[in-house]
Design a protein around this ligand. Structure first.
Ligand code: GDP
Length: 143
């Protein structure tokens, strides 16, 4: 059964630096995802570390935090039918060399680390990640 869902999306510093915000937001909209909240921010080391705490023990954690704090990001909430899975499909695989043609990571990612976008991977993480960045009254009714 399909359901209306919300998911947390981040356009990462590499894509913001390359002026690819508009092209990436278009990919979401073309896939039927609706932007219901959006803000630009420069993450602190503390915010990036907390957001990616699940990866704390991974060898790339330091690099990940350094990258995510290297410049501004655009954080948005996307809404739509099966938004979590749909966003992951539009994003493509973590490693851009494995991402399908036409996906965001295929077109815009530089490497497995600097890979243009983040997207929640499940309903529980989507809820936590949305609450990490947005208060409920900062998210707009669109659908
Ligand atoms: P995602 O859900 O597709 O973003 O992938 P993961 O949850 O596995 O990893 C989270 C993020 O950590 C990725 O999007 C990358 O930015 C980063 N990352 C994952 N693997 C590596 C790696 O091997 N090296 C580096 N530098 N970063 C990585």
């Amino acid at each position: 059964m399909s359901a209306n869902q919300r998911t947390l999306s981040i356009i990462k510093p590499d894509a913001v630096a390359c002026n690819e915000i508009g092209a990436i937001l278009s990919k979401f909209e073309e896939a039927g995802l609706v932007i219901v909240a959006c803000k630009m921010m420069h993450l602190t080391e503390k915010q990036a570390g907390e957001f990616y705490a699940v990866h704390k023990e991974r060898p790339f954690f330091g690099e990940l935090v350094e990258f995510m704090t290297s410049g501004p990001v655009l954080v948005q909430v996307l809404e739509g039918v099966d938004a979590i899975a749909k966003n992951r499909e539009v994003m493509g695989a973590t490693d851009p060399s494995k991402a399908e043609k036409g996906t965001i990571r295929n077109e815009f990612a530089k490497s497995v680390g600097e890979n243009a976008v983040h997207g929640s991977d499940a309903p529980d993480t989507a809820k936590t990640e949305i609450a990490f960045f947005f208060k409920e009254n900062e998210i707009c009714e669109r659908t």
